[in-house]
Design a protein around this ligand. Structure first.
Ligand SMILES: O=C(O)CCC(=O)C(=O)O
Ligand SMILES: [Fe+2]
Length: 219
């Protein structure tokens, strides 16, 4: 839903750009629909098990490469052994457009070649602890798209999980790109605000987040 007072783009940290309402409502609906399909399979969306025995509160599915802690594989050995669904070209294009728009740099968009998407669904009470996206062997930016309930996104520093950090409210349709000096910054989602989504656009409840990345892995 368009805000009464439009939110403007910000650069919360060097290399990090937040573009509110970047996705049209139609695009958001398409993404929700696509996520419904990916959640079904070939690798079903699931709570990822962590090596320490815990499980993540978000449910996830990947495209292009399967992510499980802390590596990328072509098959989901920790789920059902199925080969991961391909990353569709329209999503690659969306990622390239996102980078070009965020950095206002067409060449940066052209150079961006994401080969993996991680789709996360935050149901009631789900959060994500502070972490780095560091299983990629590439310094290319991470493109993050949010649909559904708003959340508190915490963008920290590259040294550790603690302060300083910037708190950003990500709403449905928002784009966040973190690259350059922010590419390996710790970040997390300490809170999702239930019931803040526009019912005609987002999932019925909860929050969807999709990140595009370059793994830097061969073929
Ligand atoms: O949900 C978000 O906004 C962040 C997701 C994230 O950090 C990740 O998938 O690595
Ligand atoms: Fe992350």
């Amino acid at each position: 839903m368009a805000a009464l007072i439009p939110r403007s783009r910000t650069t919360p940290a060097p290399g990090a750009v937040h573009v509110p309402e970047w996705l049209s409502e139609e695009r958001q609906r398409e993404l929700v629909e696509a996520c419904r399909g990916w959640a079904r399979g070939p690798v079903p969306m699931r709570h990822t098990e962590l090596p320490g025995g815990g499980v993540m509160s978000v449910r996830s599915v990947s495209l292009g490469w399967h992510w499980s802690p802390y590596r990328y594989t072509r098959r989901a050995g920790d789920v059902n052994g199925a080969p991961v669904a391909p990353l569709p070209e329209w999503l690659v294009e969306l990622g390239r457009r996102a980078v070009a728009d965020a950095y206002q740099d067409e060449a940066a968009g052209q150079a961006y070649r994401p080969d993996v998407a991680l789709v996360n669904f935050y149901g009631a009470g789900a959060t994500m602890g502070m972490h780095q996206d560091k299983d990629e062997r590439s310094g290319a930016p991470v493109v993050s798209l949010s649909v559904g309930d708003a959340c508190l996104f915490r963008l920290g520093n590259t040294d550790g999980r603690g302060r300083p950090w910037q708190d950003i409210r990500l709403e449905s349709g928002d784009l966040l790109v973190f690259g350059g000096p922010s590419r390996f910054a710790f970040h997390g989602v300490p809170k999702v605000y239930p019931g803040t989504a526009e019912p005609s656009v987002g999932p019925a409840t909860g929050r969807l987040n999709l990140t595009l990345r370059e793994t830097g892995l061969p073929g």
